[in-house]
Design a protein around this ligand. Structure first.
Ligand SMILES: Nc1ncnc2c1ncn2[C@@H]1O[C@H](COP(=O)(O)OP(=O)(O)OP(=O)(O)O)[C@@H](O)[C@H]1O
Ligand SMILES: [Mg+2]
Length: 258
């Protein structure tokens, strides 16, 4: 039964952490491209009004339709999804006006908008959702719609308060709305060469979430790849970070049994 259900629906992975600059967008982009390059039909959903993910593919200011219109119930999700130049990779774009949707108070359907909208789409193998740096209605929508959560955490600057707040939110969503939601794990990002993971980070982050064995080290290739509007595999396939994101993706797929 559960095997059949798993076969018949997509893995929906929220990349989330309410702290800013933890590596959410970098991870969402590279996981989505990595899956597409493995032949998985993948949808990348930008739930962040900052539209950093969207900016890799198009100029958000030039968009006339975005997640904003889906949240305002103006148009179906399929009308904003477009094919990217990467085979197997589609994008549901965001733009800055998504922030205006925050004021949808009073509507009890609000937490379910994304889940309902995703159910109207054609079949994807994977849906990867880039979340904003806030436990906002967009993050709640992403968690409600997801099967799994990945939590990027910056090696040097993660916060214990942040981790426990995120854990509480995930547990509330599980308890009240989405009992199937699973934390796949926390991914340590922007690791500096001399940082000793076992002494500094694992004991703290590990109190809250399982930590992936794979880690992503700090390196200029990441920032450069964003500027070049490419994933790390296309921008610098031989870089340390490309190898690390490759290893992470394989670990994630093992964890998901996908
Ligand atoms: N492994 C890395 N090495 C070096 N720089 C990195 C690495 N990962 C991310 N960065 C840089 O850190 C910054 C934040 O990364 P990113 O945008 O992925 O985080 P975010 O969690 O999505 O941020 P926000 O909360 O603002 O959405 C970016 O400038 C990015 O280029
Ligand atoms: Mg981001």
């Amino acid at each position: 039964m559960s095997h059949f259900q798993r076969m018949s629906r997509a893995y929906i992975i929220s990349i989330t952490n309410q702290k800013g600059g933890e590596g959410k967008t970098t991870t969402a982009i590279n996981v989505a491209f990595g899956l597409a390059k493995r032949g998985k039909k993948t949808l990348l959903v930008d739930m962040d009004p900052q539209a950093n993910t969207t900016g890799i593919f198009v100029n958000p200011d030039k968009l006339d339709k975005s997640m904003c219109d889906v949240f305002n119930n103006k148009i179906p999700l399929k009308d904003i999804v477009f094919k990217t130049s990467e085979p197997n990779l589609d994008l549901a774009p965001s733009k800055i006006t998504l922030a205006e949707v925050e004021a949808t108070g009073g509507n009890v359907d609000v937490p379910y908008i994304l889940r309902d909208a995703l159910q109207t789409l054609e079949a994807y193998d994977f849906i990867v959702i880039d979340c904003p740096p806030a436990l906002s209605i967009f993050t709640i929508n992403a968690l409600v719609a997801s099967t799994h959560v990945v939590i990027p955490a910056q090696a040097e600057k993660f916060s214990i308060d942040g981790m426990s707040g995120l854990q509480n939110t995930i547990n509330s969503v599980k308890r009240r709305i989405n009992p199937d939601l699973r934390v796949a794990g926390a991914l340590i990002t922007q690791l500096k060469p001399k940082t000793v993971l076992t002494k500094t980070i694992l004991p703290v982050v590990g109190q809250f979430f399982t930590v992936f064995h794979s880690t992503i080290s700090e390196g200029v290739a990441i920032g450069e790849s964003h500027l070049a509007k490419q994933c790390i595999f296309d921008y610098a396939g031989d870089s340390k970070q490309a190898k690390e994101y490759q290893d992470f993706l394989e670990e994630l797929l093992r964890e998901l049994k996908a």
